[in-house]
Design a protein around this ligand. Structure first.
Ligand code: NAD
Length: 468
């Protein structure tokens, strides 16, 4: 089965330092027993491990340093008609190996499904029909997975129900169906249950489709802080079906477009241009293919924009799944927004708070001479076209300064602030930005955009989903 294998870059010790840990031993399995072997691995027939043990004699005895690489393998699969009983993906898409799939199919199949309450109202009967038609023993647990409820109570509730239902923790992955909150909470529960139980993510919002579902992070809010408790355990698979977006309110689509815009601004000019020229159409078509849109070009734009957003996200996440490297482009928009989002909860959605943060940072980048006025204006116009808020009254200068200081404290003494240096280009800045640049950028930002806590400057009309 395509399960979590082994790899911990965090525990990796480079060969340069290995000698300081003592004598290196490889590990080989002979007749079912693992033994240490000094020097290069000589076992031809048995298994060998990538793990190593370093041993050092001490006056008091010995010290052992264990280096045990852990590899995570997970699949991210775009699919259509996920809930069609003829479609195998939901049950078996997480298993890449056909032989393992065949042997799993021969056994009775059991699944535990956690579903967002609203998603359950909309799709619950289709989910039941799917598992009934497939002869699966299943339990569906609908939960109010909202940002305000994103806490350990929900995690405990899931754990109690999973425990009562009973699952094989190696071959019966828990399925999470919902937005980012549902996926994060279920991921944390699965990472705790029997120390690590496989789980599957089925995102039903655009934001969770392009962001929350493709990486390894799970989490809940704690002690007033956003995602303060969590783990880095990816799902065994994520199944992406964009037809779920049809029932999303437009505001939720804009919310997801903010995370797509983040990737565009950081590393993909063509994605930016696509969102700039086609963003409004994509928004109002809810990124659906041509059946619901008049021209076939629309289908291409929707599919292309989602594909690029995921590819660019995976490029940034895969080499740094546990965020050991704190220089992360995907943190753009996430320096001030966590504090802002929690402070005004539930007034701002996650992507909206991220967009307000990005909007201010675009002014900072312009003030620092990294972006021209034209580039800055194009970005803000694009945000407005996506019907995203670009300013918020609670995003005060004091909050901005506090967030940057906190960032400095928690990022090993370096700011590590991603800023755009052009359209689709960015750099990470390590030193604290001069206070006068921040103050001037904040001043200009407020002067030019105050009131645009949502809405469409280009038409002058209030947005369909944003009051002023
Ligand atoms: P959400 O989970 O709160 O969902 C938004 C709303 O949409 C909810 O009210 C939900 O009931 C409703 N909904 C979901 N699917 C629907 C559908 N198909 N039709 C109609 N309504 C539907 O919010 P979100 O924006 O999906 O996710 C935000 C969360 O994701 C935040 O908590 C954030 O921290 C987290 N996140 C996590 C990661 C990560 O890497 N793990 C990345 C980004 C965001």
């Amino acid at each position: 089965m395509n399960m979590l294998e082994t790899q911990s870059s965090r525990n990796m010790i480079s060969s340069k330092t290995s000698s300081s840990h003592g004598t290196e031993f490889n590990l080989v399995q002979v007749n079912g027993t693992w033994i240490r072997q000094a020097g290069p691995c000589q076992e031809k027939d048995g298994k060998s491990s990538d793990a190593k043990i370093y041993e050092k004699k001490l006056d008091q005895g010995a010290s052992w340093t264990v280096v045990s690489p852990i590899i995570f393998t997970y699949r991210v699969i775009q699919c259509k008609d996920l809930l069609d009983p003829m479609n195998d993906t939901l049950l078996w898409g997480h298993i890449g190996d056909e032989d393992i799939q065949a042997s799993e199919k021969a056994k009775p199949v059991k699944r535990f499904i956690v579903i967002d309450k609203t998603v359950h109202q909309l799709y619950g009967s289709k989910v039941s029909q799917y598992f009934d038609a497939r002869g699966v023993i299943y339990k569906i647990l609908p939960l109010p997975t909202t940002e305000e409820n994103k806490n350990m109570e929900l995690v405990t509730k899931i754990l109690e129900e999973v425990h009562q239902f009973g699952i094989d923790r190696r071959s019966e992955p828990i399925i999470a169906l919902g937005g980012g909150v549902c996926l994060d909470v279920v991921g944390l529960a699965a990472s705790l249950y029997r120390r690590r139980t496989p789980y599957i993510r089925v995102p039903t919002t655009l934001l969770s489709y392009v962001d929350a579902s493709v990486g390894a992070k799970t989490g809940v809010n704690f002690a007033g802080g956003k995602n303060k408790l969590g783990s880095y355990v990816p799902p065994v698979a994520t199944f992406l079906d964009s037809s779920f977006f049809q029932t999303l309110p437009l505001r939720q689509i804009s919310n997801g477009l903010a995370e797509m815009l983040k990737m565009a601004l950081m590393k993909h000019r063509s994605l930016f241009e696509l969102l700039e020229s086609n963003g409004k159409k994509l928004l109002h078509a809810k990124l659906q293919p041509s059946e619901t849109c008049s021209d076939s070009e629309q289908e291409d734009s929707a599919a292309a924009s989602m594909r690029i957003a995921i590819e660019t996200m995976l490029e940034e996440l895969a080499p740094n799944l546990w965020e050991d490297d704190l220089d992360r482009l995907v943190d753009f928009g996430h320096l001030i927004s966590p504090e802002l989002e929690m402070r005004v909860l539930p007034a701002l959605l996650h992507g909206e708070a991220v967009n307000i943060d990005m909007s201010l940072m675009v002014y900072v980048a312009h003030q620092k001479g990294l972006l021209t006025k034209k580039e800055k204006d194009r970005i803000i116009q694009c945000m407005l076209g996506l019907e995203l808020p670009v300013w918020h009254q609670d995003c005060s200068l004091a909050l901005v300064q506090k967030s940057l200081e906190e960032r400095l404290k928690h990022s090993a003494g370096s700011l590590r602030m991603p800023l755009p240096t052009g359209l689709g280009r960015a750099e990470i800045f390590h030193d604290m930005i001069e206070d006068d640049i921040i103050c001037q950028a904040f001043h200009n930002w407020t002067e030019e955009l105050s009131g645009f806590d949502g809405g469409v400057k280009d038409t002058g009309e209030p947005s369909t989903h944003w009051g002023r």
